[in-house]
Ligand binder design. Sequence first.
Ligand code: DAH
Length: 337
Amino acid sequence: MSLFKKVDELRSEFKQALASNPALSDLERLKQKYLGRKGVINDLFKQIKDVEADRRGEFGGLINQLKTDVQDLIDAQVRESHSEEQASDSLDVTLPGVEYTRGTLHPIESTLRDFKRIFHRLGFAVAEGPEIETQWRNFDALNFPPEHPARDMQDTFFLENGSVLRTHTSPVQIRLMLEEKPPIRSIMPGRVYRNEAIDAGHYCLFHQVEGLYVDENVTMGELKATLELFCREYFGEAVKLRFRPSFFPFTEPSSEMDVSCFLCGGKGCRVCKQTGWLEIGGCGMVDPNVFKAVDIDPEAYTGYAFGMGIERIAMMKYGITDIRLLFENDVRFLKQF
Ligand code: DAH
């Protein structure tokens, strides 16, 4: 190979080595290889004598140029590596880190967790059912007569296939009683849907917690005691509970439950509309017709059931005045909990 060609080859070899972004120690090695006393460029200088006399000047100029280029490129690269190293040296690990914002539990989720925790201690399991239900489980099996107004288009979202978006969690009672033999003791939390005009107190979707206890000799006294224990635990010792006679197709007798207003302590205020009481749900003894629908002998078993609205209770507890805030999920609102 001609010596001229060798110069070209060394130059491109060097450029390749540099292009691989060598570390500082590698740069030092490159420098030795090309520019060192026993380096390849010095070798070339020694070979000047082998070049034809009339081209020696040209050849000398070429290797001198190669030498300066190698020197300059290595220097530039060393400078760059140093400044990079300095930049990483300036990282002060004692500075406080960047804080990640952690999410908070949604007030509905915390309320549901409180319910599960308290009822778990009272011996209740947790069961769930689907949000799309048959009309039979949502209405018929729960002893709703065929013409009951709750089936009306105004309350119920009907699907094309005749199913409904469940309007309450009570159909999960039917599922449970079809699947299990008494004793049954469960709460059934979940989402429910109603085709209602939306305002500060109503939304097309909300949550309920259903409760069911079926066994021999279950009494209304037990129902009251259980709900009272729950309310003391959830709202605090000072809370008072009131049962008002009411009607639900699936319970007989039925009643609605009120708690003393958490805001005014029962004296009467804007939130409780001056009554001192706030309604939290319905309850009663399982109607014998419901037992018949799920093939449980109403002569052998009795049971109680209850259903509470979660949004209502969460709004009371956290002082939220518009139910829509719970579904808009604006972080400025959610961060407060
Ligand atoms: N399902 C009723 C509703 O959505 C609430 C209810 C009342 C549930 C009484 C019950 C009960 O289990 O016993 O309005």
